[in-house]
Ligand binder design. Structure first.
Ligand code: T4K
Length: 365
C-alpha cells in the first residue's frame, strides 16, 4: 500500500533519552520545560512573535473565535476539512460559505463583500494545501467592514511569502500538528498571535481560564500539551526542513511526468512563496482524460495506491450544513467543480522512486 501520507517520526533513541529526562523530572504536563522550549523553538522557526501550543488543530480554531468574542456570522470556505466550520458552529455562530478561487483553492476575495451582512463579525479563510490565499485583499475587506480575520493555517506550516510567514497575517492563525501533517507532534496544534497580551489570554483560555491559582477569568478549556509530545515535537523540528526538501523532489517528479497528460491539472509553485508541499492535489477533467475522477481514484485504490479526495464532499454538502442559505451549489460553482475533480496523490518525505513510479504509471495509461 502507498498511503496518501506517512508521519515524520523522530529518532527513537533520541526520543528515549528525552523520555528519560521527563521520567526523572516527574513533571509531565502543565507548561513544563519541554513545552516552553518547543514554543520558543517554533516561534523562531516559523518567524512569528508569539505562539501557543494546543493538543490538536481544532481547539485553536475554537479558542481563537472565543478569544476574539466572535458572534453572529462568520464568512468561510466550504473547501476544507470539517473542523474549520465545526469551530464556528461550536461557538454558536453561523457559517456563511463563499466560493473559492481556482488558482489557490482558497476563498475568493472578490466574492466576500456580497456575503457580508450586519451580523458578520469575522472571516475564516483556509490556506488550503498550504497555498497562501490573497491575504492583502482579505485584510482590506476586513478593515473596511471592521471584521476580524482568523486564518485556518492547518496546512501552512513553514509557508512564507516574500520571506514573511503567512502566519503573521490577520488577527490570528491556527496550525495542526496532526500525524498527517508536514510537521507533527503525534496530535497537536498551535495558535499564532501578534501581541503578548493576547497570548496571555489564550494561555488562560487553554488552561480552563485560570489566571493564577485562585482566579478564573473566562470559561476556558483544557488544551495543554504534555511533555512527551513537546519533547517529540522538539526532535521533529530538527528534521522538518529535510522532510520539506524531500517532498519538493516528489512534487517535481510528479509535475515533470504529468505535464503532458491531457485532462490532469496540478498546481505549480507560486512566485515568491516558500511552499511546504503538504499535499499534491491533481484535478481530473473527465472529458479530456477519458476517465472520471472516481474511476481513477478506485483504479488507484485497486493497485494499492491510496490517494484521498481532499476535500470531497464539500463541507456545505454535509447534512449539518447543507440547509444553510449559502450552501447551495449555485453559490459555490468553483468549489463544487474542484471537489468533484480532486485527488490528492501520495505525498510525504519517505516516498521512494519506486512508489512515485507506481503512482505515475497508474495515472499515465
Ligand atoms: N483545519 C484543516 C484545514 C484541517 O485539514 C484539519 C485537519 C484541521 C483544521 C483540524 O486539525 P486536527 O484537529 O486534526 O489537528 C486527516 C486528519 O485527521 C486531519 O488532521 C486532517 N486535517 C485531515 C485533512 O486529514 P483523515 O481521516 O483523512 O486521516 P486518516 O486517518 O484517514 O489518515 C490518512 C492517511 O495517513 C492514512 O491512510 C495513512 C496515513 N497515516 C495516518 C495516521 C493517523 C499514517 O501513516 N499514520 C497515522 O498515524 O483525516
Amino acid at each position: 500500500m502507498i498511503t496518501v501520507t506517512s508521519p515524520l517520526l523522530p529518532d527513537l533513541d533520541e526520543f528515549h533519552e528525552l523520555l528519560k529526562e521527563i521520567w526523572d523530572s516527574k513533571w509531565i504536563t502543565n507548561n513544563g520545560s519541554f513545552h516552553q522550549q518547543l514554543e520558543k523553538a517554533l516561534a523562531d522557526y516559523l518567524k512569528v512573535p508569539y505562539i501557543s501550543l494546543f493538543t490538536n488543530g481544532t481547539l485553536p480554531l475554537l479558542t481563537a473565535l472565543q478569544a476574539l468574542r466572535i458572534t453572529g456570522e462568520v464568512i468561510t470556505t466550504p473547501y476544507s476539512f470539517v473542523a474549520t466550520t465545526h469551530s464556528i458552529w461550536w461557538n454558536g455562530c453561523r457559517p456563511v460559505f463563499v466560493d473559492i478561487e481556482e488558482d489557490t483553492c482558497g476563498i475568493d476575495p472578490n466574492k466576500i463583500e456580497a456575503a457580508i451582512t450586519p451580523k458578520t463579525t469575522a472571516i475564516m479563510p483556509v490556506h488550503c494545501y498550504g497555498k497562501p490565499v490573497k491575504m492583502k485583499r482579505i485584510q482590506e475587506i476586513a478593515d473596511k467592514y471592521g471584521l476580524k480575520v482568523i486564518y485556518d493555517a492547518a496546512h501552512a506550516f513553514g509557508v512564507e511569502v516574500d520571506g514573511e510567514s503567512v502566519l503573521n497575517a490577520g488577527d490570528m492563525s491556527t496550525l495542526s500538528f496532526h500525524a498527517t501533517k508536514v510537521y507533527n507532534t503525534l496530535e497537536g496544534g498551535a495558535l499564532v498571535m501578534h501581541d503578548e497580551k493576547i497570548k496571555q489570554r489564550i494561555d488562560y483560555l487553554k488552561n480552563f481560564g485560570f489566571a493564577g491559582e485562585t482566579e478564573v477569568v473566562a470559561p476556558g478549556i483544557n488544551s495543554k500539551v504534555d511533555e512527551v509530545r513537546a519533547a517529540y515535537g522538539l526532535l521533529n523540528l530538527k528534521q522538518v526542513d529535510q522532510a520539506i526538501a524531500n517532498r519538493k523532489k516528489v512534487a517535481q517528479k510528479y509535475r515533470e511526468a504529468l505535464k503532458n497528460v491531457p485532462g490532469i491539472r496540478f498546481f505549480e509553485d507560486m512566485p515568491g512563496v516558500r511552499h511546504n508541499y503538504s499535499y499534491f492535489p491533481i484535478f481530473v477533467d473527465a472529458a479530456k482524460y477519458g476517465m472520471t475522477r472516481d474511476e481513477l481514484y478506485f483504479k488507484m485504490k485497486e493497485q494499492g495506491i491510496l490517494g484521498r479526495r481532499y476535500f470531497y464532499p464539500l463541507i456545505s454538502d454535509f447534512s449539518t450544513y447543507r440547509g444553510l442559505p449559502s450552501a447551495t451549489k449555485e453559490n459555490l460553482p468553483v468549489a463544487t467543480k474542484m471537489a468533484n475533480e480532486v485527488i490528492c496523490l501520495p505525498m510525504h518525505h519517505g516516498l521512494s522512486k519506486n512508489d512515485i513510479n507506481r503512482v505515475l504509471s497508474c495515472i499515465i495509461k
